[in-house]
Design a protein around this ligand. Structure first.
Ligand code: S3P
Length: 430
C-alpha cells in the first residue's frame, strides 16, 4: 500500500465491532446454554479463528456477515476436537480458550502462526498449573503449541505479575470449572469485558478496587450454567484510534466516529489525546450490554508532548503505536513508561515503532519499558516494515497521511486481523 499526505478529512465513520468483546461473545455463548445472538461481530481474522476453534469443539455457529448465532451447549457441552485448534495470530483466543480447555474432560492442542507461537504462554501455564490443570508447551519453550489434558481444577487466589486481561480472563474461565472460589488480583485494572459479560451470562462473579491503591481483584465462583444472551458489540476504540489520530493530525479535519465502546478500562487514549491538547468531544453517551458507548467528535488540533505512565498504560496498551505517531507530530517531548508489555505483542512494538518512526525522520529513543519521542520535526515518507503487525500497519498509515512524500506500507493486508475494511473506511472521509 502506498500513501501520500492529504488535508481535510470530513464526515462520519463507523468502525467494526470490538475485537476483545467479539471474542468473548463467541466463547461465552459456546459454553452457555441456549442461543446467543451477536450483532456487529468483528469479522477480523482473529475473531474468525475463535469461531473456527469453537466449531471444532462441537458448537454450531451460524455467521451471516456481522450477525452471529451460537447454539450453546452449556458449561459441559464441548466435545473433543479431532484436530489441532488453529488460533492464527490471536493471543486472546489462545489465552482465553486455554482457561476453558483446562476444565474439559478431553485432550486438546492449540497452535498459531509464527508470531503467536513465539509469544509468552508461561503467564497462563503457571496459574493454570497451580489450579491443577495439565498444560504444557509442546516445544518446552514456554510458548504455543500448547497441549492440555484433563485435570481436576481447584480455586486459587492469584496475583498477576503483569496487568493482563488475557491472563485474568484465562484464570476466571478456568474458575468456572474449579471446585471453589477463584480470584485474580492485578496491580492495576486491565480491560474488564470478561467480568462485565460473564455477569450478563449469569456467572457468579464480582470485582472490586483496593481502597488506597491501584490494585483490582475479580472473584468468580463455579455456577450450574451460563445462559445465552443477545449482544450488540460496540465499535472498537482500538480501531477508532486511527481515525481519532487522523482527525487530530490531518489539517482542516472534522470526523465523527459513531457508536464506540468507551469503557474506562479501554479509553486511556481519549484522556491522553485531551492531555496533549486534542479537541475531542464525547456525544450521545449511553450503555449497551453493560458497556459504555459514545460517538466521538474530533477536530484538527495542535498537540504537545506529555508523559504517559502508570495505571493508565493497560487502558491504552494497544494504542501506543498510534500515540507514538501523534507524539512525533506534537510539540515537545513525549515519554512513555511502564509499557514493557509492548515487547510481547504481535511484534516487539518498542522496536517496530522506534525503527519505523526513525525511518520517517523522527527523533525517538527506545527504552526498556517504552520510548522517548522528541516531536515536532516534520516526518517524511519511507518504507514501513510492519512485521505483519496490524496495529503497526494502521498507525503508520496515519503517519503517511501527514508525512512529506510517499510512504510504502509493507504487508498492509495484515490489517485484516482486526480491521479488514480499514483502507476503505477512509474513502468516506475524502
Ligand atoms: C486483550 C488484552 C490485551 C490486548 C489485546 C486484547 C483482550 O492483551 O493487548 O489486544 O482481549 O483481553 P494483554 O492481556 O496481554 O495485555
Amino acid at each position: 500500500m502506498e500513501l501520500t499526505n492529504i488535508t481535510g478529512l470530513k464526515g462520519e465513520v463507523t468502525v467494526p465491532g470490538d475485537k476483545s468483546i467479539s471474542h468473548r461473545c463467541v466463547m461465552f455463548g459456546s459454553i452457555a446454554k441456549g442461543i446467543t445472538e451477536i450483532q456487529n461481530f468483528l469479522e477480523g481474522a482473529d475473531c474468525l479463528a475463535t469461531i473456527s476453534c469453537f466449531r471444532s469443539l462441537g458448537i454450531e455457529i451460524e455467521k451471516n456477515g456481522t450477525s452471529v448465532l451460537i447454539r450453546g451447549k452449556g458449561l459441559h457441552g464441548l466435545t473433543a476436537p479431532s484436530n489441532l485448534l488453529d488460533v492464527g495470530n490471536s493471543g486472546t483466543t489462545t489465552r482465553l480458550i486455554s482457561g476453558i480447555l483446562a476444565g474439559q474432560p478431553f485432550d486438546s492442542k492449540i497452535s498459531g502462526d509464527s508470531s503467536l507461537n513465539s509469544r509468552p504462554m508461561k503467564r497462563i501455564m503457571e496459574p493454570l498449573t497451580q489450579m491443577g490443570a495439565n498444560i504444557s508447551s509442546i516445544l518446552r519453550n514456554g510458548c504455543a503449541p500448547l497441549y492440555i489434558t484433563p485435570g481436576h481444577l481447584h480455586g486459587i487466589h492469584y496475583h498477576t505479575p503483569v496487568a493482563s486481561a488475557q491472563v485474568k480472563s484465562c484464570i476466571l474461565l478456568a474458575g468456572l470449572y474449579a471446585d471453589g472460589e477463584t480470584s485474580v488480583t492485578e496491580a492495576s485494572l486491565s480491560r474488564n469485558h470478561t467480568e462485565l459479560m460473564l455477569q450478563e451470562f449469569g456467572a457468579d462473579i464480582h470485582s472490586f478496587l483496593d481502597a488506597g491503591s491501584t490494585k483490582a481483584t475479580a472473584v468468580i465462583r463455579p455456577c450450574e450454567e451460563l445462559y445465552g444472551q443477545k449482544i450488540t458489540v460496540p465499535g472498537d476504540i482500538s480501531s477508532a484510534a486511527y481515525f481519532i489520530a487522523a482527525g487530530l493530525l490531518v489539517p482542516d479535519s472534522e470526523i465523527l466516529i459513531k457508536e464506540i465502546g468507551v469503557n474506562p478500562t479501554r479509553a486511556g487514549l481519549l484522556e491522553v489525546c485531551q492531555d496533549m491538547g486534542g479537541d475531542i468531544t464525547l456525544l450521545n453517551q449511553h450503555t449497551v450490554a453493560g458497556e459504555p458507548v459514545a460517538d466521538i467528535l474530533v477536530r484538527t488540533s495542535r498537540l504537545h508532548g506529555i508523559t504517559i505512565e502508570g495505571k493508565i498504560i493497560p487502558a491504552l496498551i494497544d494504542e501506543i503505536p498510534i500515540i507514538a505517531v501523534m507524539a512525533a507530530m506534537a510539540d515537545g517531548i513525549t515519554i512513555i513508561r511502564d509499557a514493557a508489555e509492548l515487547k510481547v505483542k504481535e511484534s516487539d512494538r518498542i522496536e517496530t515503532v522506534t525503527d519505523n518512526l526513525k525511518s520517517m525522520g523522527c527523533n525517538i529513543i527506545p527504552t526498556d519499558d517504552g520510548m522517548i519521542i522528541h516531536g515536532g520535526k516534520p516526518l517524511h515518507g519511507s518504507t514501513i516494515h510492519t512485521l505483519l503487525d496490524h496495529r503497526i500497519a494502521m498507525a503508520f498509515s496515519i503517519a503517511a497521511l501527514v508525512a512529506e512524500g510517499t510512504t510504502k506500507i509493507l504487508d498492509s493486508h495484515c490489517v485484516d486481523v482486526s480491521f479488514p475494511s480499514f483502507y476503505d473506511t477512509f474513502e468516506n472521509l475524502l
